[in-house]
Design a protein around this ligand. Structure first.
Ligand SMILES: Cc1cc2nc3c(=O)[nH]c(=O)nc-3n(C[C@H](O)[C@H](O)[C@H](O)COP(=O)(O)OP(=O)(O)OC[C@H]3O[C@@H](n4cnc5c(N)ncnc54)[C@H](O)[C@@H]3O)c2cc1C
Length: 441
């Protein structure tokens, strides 16, 4: 065991990944989590119906990708069985219109290696003309030739138009992928970051482009196993302990919560960017340096859950909606045994934010009914609104480094991983990187 004792502020994916990596290297760690549960923006919440029935629902329907290598390796280390935890769906996009027609469908050719699996998928996709398919193929080939790099970042929609991608192609293929990956409207989204995601998803192993859909509650897949792992190796996890201040003292730092003051050699601040400022007020070097980098805009994600009568089943576990405010639809019965529960993701900003939650649910229920006319009237609904789900992933966004100007204080979190949008993988990589910086690896 090292003499160092590392305080980790925030028990989301970034903080837990840092802690799990440090305990492996023999460091003493204490994770401070302000909330009553771990997981941060990737967690399960208990929702009570008016009749007292309790549902365990994720704060947002998450999609992981086969390309999330660090996350998958970390979960494996924590004993998560990939087969039990995830349904692996080879890339397929099925866009359903509001007239119950499939307007676009693309299925990767799983027998072929990457990127041929996607190229053949594009060549044979349904819903766009041969010219449009060829334009998509040329576009992908061009990206491969330039290794998915661009000289100057610009909004994705502008870039796609410059690349001769038609309106239909943008709205059926690129826009849904942009919303799923960056949670930012395509007119604002960063092309560079989108291409990084495309690169990691569509090059290398063909499994990188698989969707991994959690079959268990999100907390059971990520936060709980990581927490058990950390504690089994001697780490301390403190819930309901919001850190109020970090003060440099006696060659280290005093961490102050409402309940106590404790001393540490190192600190990893693993909270969302909006919460960093308050924590660094007492660290003047940091305060000044991060002032500019942390002024982000945020994007919401609404997840609308519906309970339908017994026997409800959608044609696919996951489908896309075209021309609707809802974007992706999941049959949670097929996915995780929550029979007759359907969830719909409404990503990024939009007019839907002006609706009340009941109005939003009603609108989305109508859209579902038009796309899948066999659906009966929902019996119950619940909207989970995450107003600051992710930072708005726009061109040339400043991203702070994990190492700060204050020796032995590090920043972790999805926003610090410069290659990616706000994702679990970005958060995990940032946490592991902070741990490696402390361990000098
Ligand atoms: C609805 C929704 C859907 C999403 N869908 C996807 C998806 O499909 N795929 C994907 O990869 N990503 C998705 N994301 C993004 C992903 O969840 C986040 O990028 C990731 O969880 C961020 O982890 P983090 O550790 O950086 O931050 P957070 O999860 O925000 O963790 C920060 C933690 O710090 C705690 N904290 C804050 N202040 C203090 C304090 N003073 N003291 C102690 N603790 C404090 C918070 O309570 C929180 O637990 C989604 C996010 C949302 C909200």
């Amino acid at each position: 065991m090292h003499k160092s004792h590392v305080a980790i502020i925030g028990g989301g994916c970034a903080g837990l990944s840092a802690a799990a990596t440090l305990v492996d290297r023999g460091y003493a760690v204490t994770v401070f989590e302000a909330g009553s549960q771990l997981g941060g923006r990737a967690r399960t919440v208990a929702v009570e119906e008016s009749n007292g029935l309790l549902h365990l629902l994720d704060n947002g329907q998450h999609i992981l990708l086969g390309a999330y290598q660090e996350t998958l390796a970390l979960l494996k280390k924590a004993g998560v069985s990939r087969k039990k935890a995830f349904l692996r769906v080879p890339l397929q996009i099925n866009m359903q219109s509001n007239t119950a027609k499939s307007v676009f469908s693309l299925k990767s050719f799983n027998v072929l290696p990457a990127p041929l699996n996607l190229l053949f998928g594009l060549l044979f996709c349904k819903g766009i003309s041969l010219n449009e398919r060829m334009a998509a193929l040329r576009f992908m080939q061009g990206l491969k030739n330039t290794q998915y790099q661009i000289a100057r970042d610009l909004p994705l929609e502008r870039f796609l138009i410059n690349q001769h991608q038609s309106k239909k192609l943008i709205s059926f293929l690129w826009e849904p992928l942009c919303l799923a990956a960056l949670n930012t409207p395509i007119a604002k989204a960063s092309t560079r970051i989108f291409l990084n995601v495309l690169r990691d998803t569509f090059s290398g192993n063909k499994k990188n482009s698989d969707f991994l859909l959690p079959r268990l509650d999100l907390s059971q897949v990520i936060a709980d196993p990581l927490s058990h792992y950390i504690q089994a190796k001697g780490g301390i996890v403190k819930l309901n302990q919001r850190v109020r201040a970090v003060m440099p003292e006696n060659n280290g730092f005093t961490i102050e919560t409402r309940q106590e003051k404790l001393h540490f050699s190192h600190v990893i601040i693993a909270v969302s960017p909006a919460r960093v400022e308050k924590l660094i007020e007492t660290l003047p070097k940091l305060n000044h340096a991060t002032e500019q980098t942390l002024t982000y805009q945020y994007q919401p994600i609404y997840t609308v859950y519906f309970q339908y009568p017994p026997g409800t089943r959608l044609p696919e576990v996951i489908s896309g909606l075209s021309g609707s405010i809802g974007q992706w639809v999941f049959d949670r019965g097929q996915l995780c045994g929550q029979n007759n529960i359907i969830s719909v993701i409404v990503s990024a900003e939009g007019k839907h934010q002006q609706l009340t939650q009941d109005e939003l649910a009603l609108r989305v229920a109508k859209e579902l009914n038009r796309a899948f006319p066999a659906l009966a009237k929902p019996l119950w609904h619940k909207v989970i609104a995450e107003k600051r789900a992710t930072f708005s992933c726009e061109p040339n966004l400043p991203r702070p480094t994990n190492r700060t100007l204050q020796p032995n204080v590090f920043l972790a979190g999805d926003y610090t991983y410069p290659d990616y949008p706000a994702t679990i993988e970005g958060a995990v990589r940032s946490g592991i990187h902070c741990a490696n910086l402390i361990a000098n690896i």
